[in-house]
Design a protein around this ligand. Structure first.
Ligand SMILES: *[C@@H]1O[C@H](CO)[C@@H](O)[C@H](O)[C@H]1NC(C)=O
Ligand SMILES: *[C@@H]1O[C@H](CO)[C@@H](O)[C@H](O)[C@H]1NC(C)=O
Ligand SMILES: *[C@@H]1O[C@H](CO)[C@@H](O)[C@H](O)[C@H]1NC(C)=O
Ligand SMILES: *[C@@H]1O[C@H](CO)[C@@H](O)[C@H](O)[C@H]1NC(C)=O
Ligand SMILES: *[C@@H]1O[C@H](CO)[C@@H](O)[C@H](O)[C@H]1NC(C)=O
Length: 187
């Protein structure tokens, strides 16, 4: 199966050495958007700790804001609030973290530092428009998935659905491009 097709279907693939891999994030600040079954480009947001997709303004939380990313050292992704999209929270310059291969956690989140014992804050690369993660073994993976929250239109952003039997999980791809039509943020 074609690599891109696998990514769109959320099938974990290893594409190390692929000649068309772009190991470079966009140079201007960018948002990330989740696409999957029933999720048509929901923006990534955080409350300063957890990673979510959906409308940050749906949460009654002044710390919740859509994230704008810039690339940092070792392909880390640094997060700042996109204040034009809503709240002006107190957090800034947080690092996107995914659980590493030995972690039993599925939570994607944000931290003040790029180093952590069981999470990885580096190795985020783009394959075209798709955000992948390269682990310490050099394997490229796109294992993003979304878990419905108790609030409509808000999902937790998770990593590696292996052994997660939560009902209603949706495999997603993360892209740096917004949906062609802006989601209605107020519904
Ligand atoms: C910030 O949010 C605004 C409003 O939603 C959006 O138009 C803009 O593209 C976002 N900027 C980034 C860098 O994500
Ligand atoms: C939002 O949070 C504030 C402070 O915790 C609370 O007073 C208010 O009732 C909440 N509003 C809604 C709609 O839940
Ligand atoms: C995904 O989770 C399984 C089970 O916990 C684990 O064995 C595997 O190493 C994980 N894969 C990655 C790429 O993190
Ligand atoms: C980052 O540091 C600030 C100030 O020390 C702290 O309040 C906040 O909880 C930290 N955030 C995370 C995600 O660790
Ligand atoms: C932002 O965070 C990164 C990673 O923790 C750190 O290296 C950098 O110095 C920070 N930048 C600022 C302006 O605080």
């Amino acid at each position: 199966m074609h690599v891109l097709q696998s990514l769109i279907l959320g099938i974990p693939v290893a594409i190390a050495g692929s000649p068309i891999l772009v190991e470079r994030a966009p140079t201007a600040p960018f948002g990330l958007f989740a696409y999957g079954d029933g999720i048509g480009g929901a923006p990534v947001f955080t409350d300063g700790e957890g990673a979510y997709v959906g409308g940050a303004t749906h949460l009654n939380d002044s710390e919740a804001a859509q994230v704008q990313f810039i690339s940092g050292t070792d392909n880390s992704l640094l997060a700042n609030p996109n204040t034009t999209a809503g709240n002006a929270p107190t957090w800034s310059n947080l690092t996107l973290m995914v659980p590493d291969t030995t972690s039993s956690s599925h939570q994607v989140g944000f931290a003040n530092s790029t180093t952590s014992s069981d999470r990885s804050g580096s190795g985020f690369v783009f394959y075209g428009d798709f955000l992948l993660h390269k682990n310490t073994d050099g394997d490229l993976k796109a294992l993003w998935y979304a878990v419905p929250s108790d609030q409509d239109g808000i999902w937790s952003l998770n990593w590696n659905s292996t052994d997660d039997d939560t009902e209603g999980i949706v495999l997603v791809t993360l892209k740096a491009t917004p949906p062609s039509r802006e989601m209605d943020k107020d519904t």
